[in-house]
Write a protein that binds this ligand. Structure first.
Ligand SMILES: [Fe+2]
Length: 476
């Protein structure tokens, strides 16, 4: 167990990232309580920055950590799991050297000063995953995906999806249309003005259509929404200031909040990938969209996790130190806009509670969803000092919020809603849990309609899984 001295101001969550996550081979998971539902058969995949140090050096930002994938298989014979780092080229080089060699989003390359130009960025492959018929992709927004074996998680190498030219990026926040199987995604390439590349893939992941548009300056674009026949981007007023980077600053520190620019709204047609409208709205910041759809009046409805500024980046920078102090609250927010003009007609705050890593059931992506599941903070939590410790479900029909009641020093991951294979009215919500009291990790399965009750099943994992980002469910 990592030592956190009594005098330290560190909270229990710091235990999960005090040491790099430890890989484990395919292992049968003991059931701690309950029973695996009969209609839950398939694999949960999760990604996250599991290694935040190498040699005697700590990484500069939570986003810089090396990605490791957890796969949990739910079968008739119980649950098994495997945990593996993505063996990127940079990861293997650094492992062989026993020290960090590359820079990244929140750090410049160690060593001689010219390394910042020679080794500016390592593909961390740490943000999300997509399960394709013949491979799993570990995704990271500034580079190519890495392909892995769906069962063993063995890294096969970078994958161009049959359409990514050298230098292009494939973001972590793809959207898969549940009706057609088409996969939409984007990538940003830098330049005096960044380029937004749009990709459409068939159900195998193969890129079948591309388009590219110029943006103003170099903004941060992390996610977008599929909404009916449209793709919607909200470009926040954050711009990379290039001179500090030339002079040796890392990218994260060179990002500037410029609220006077407002938020740029870009609406694209999903069929042609052509620009439908481009407009401006009031300033806000979001990493994440929740979902989007076209309502009966032809208005676009887009839900986001909205911050009022970019302080959240400072909070994420503090996370790897194990001690954070910057409070950054986001709110589940609904934007109504006119697709043909991009004009925002209404902005509604939906729930007055912190909202991050929100999801809707896969079958509702791009369409109206009655429920949204998200991570929050338990009431009374000191937000800047803690990490996500509550799971909530918002019901748009009854406008009610139900919360999973986690105990002190327990921390959840992104909650993934999974439709039961036998009864479509049942939804299971899966989350990994770090228990800071016992320094262990577990997988919990909740009945989506009874989030405030005891989980229907708890499984023990062989080692601690550091706090992560995004996952997916691949039905058997
Ligand atoms: Fe994300």
């Amino acid at each position: 167990m990592p030592t956190i001295s009594k005098k330290s101001a560190k909270k229990a969550w710091a235990g999960a990232i005090a040491e790099p996550g430890k890989e484990f081979p395919l292992t049968q998971l003991p059931i701690i309580s309950g029973k695996i539902p009969d209609g839950l058969r398939g694999t949960l995949y999760r990604n996250g920055p599991a290694r935040l140090e190498r040699g005697d050096q700590r990484m500069g930002h939570w986003f810089d950590g090396d990605g490791a994938i957890l796969a949990v298989n739910f079968t008739d014979a119980g649950a098994t799991a495997v945990y593996r780092y993505v063996q990127t080229t940079g990861y293997k080089e650094e492992a062989a050297a026993g020290k960090l060699l590359y820079g990244n989003y929140g750090m410049t390359a160690p060593g001689v000063f010219w390394n910042q130009w020679l080794k500016p960025v390592k593909n961390a492959a740490n943000t999300s995953v997509i399960a394709l018929p013949d491979k799993l992709l570990a995704l990271w927004e500034a580079g190519f995906p890495y392909a892995l074996d769906l069962q063993t998680l063995e890294t096969k190498g970078e994958d161009d999806l049959g359409g990514l030219n050298k230098g292009l990026a494939y973001s972590a926040h793809y959207k898969r249309d549940p009706r057609t199987g088409e996969i939409f995604n984007f990538g940003i390439t830098p330049g005096l003005n960044a380029r937004l590349h749009l990709y459409k893939s068939d159900a195998t992941g193969k890129i079948i259509q591309k388009a590219a548009y110029s943006l103003d300056g170099i903004p941060i674009v992390h996610d977008f929404a599929l909404a009916g026949q449209y793709l919607v981007f909200c470009i926040p007023p954050v711009r990379l200031n290039f001179f500090p980077v030339l002079l040796g600053s890392n990218y994260s520190d060179a990002l500037e909040w410029q609220p006077q620019l407002g938020t740029q709204i870009l609406v694209f047609d999903r069929q042609t990938l052509s620009l439908v409208s481009r407009s401006e709205a009031e300033p806000w910041f979001q990493w994440h969209f929740v979902n989007g759809y076209l309502d009966a009046n032809g208005l676009l409805i887009v839900d986001i996790a909205r911050y009022e500024d970019f302080q959240v980046n400072q909070y994420f920078k503090e996370v790897p130190t194990g001690e954070s102090h910057t409070a950054a609250q986001s709110t589940l927010t609904r934007i109504h806009l006119q697709p043909q003009t991009g004009k925002v007609t209404t902005i509604e705050r939906i729930v007055d509670r912190h909202c991050e890593l929100a999801t809707v059931p896969q079958q509702n992506v791009g369409q109206a969803s009655r429920y949204t599941y998200f991570c929050s903070f338990r009431k009374g939590t000191e937000i800047g000092k803690e990490i996500l410790n509550a799971i909530a479900r918002f019901d748009y029909q009854t406008e009610t919020l139900v919360e999973a009641n986690l105990k002190e020093n327990l921390y959840n991951s992104e909650p993934l809603p999974v439709q039961d294979a036998q009864n479509p009215d049942l939804t299971w919500v899966i989350s990994t849990i770090y228990d800071g009291n016992s320094h262990s990790s577990e997988v919990w399965v909740f009945d989506g309609d009874r989030l405030d009750e005891e989980p229907v099943c708890k499984l023990a994992l062989p080692s601690v899984i550091p706090h992560g980002f995004h996952g997916t469910w691949n039905p058997a």
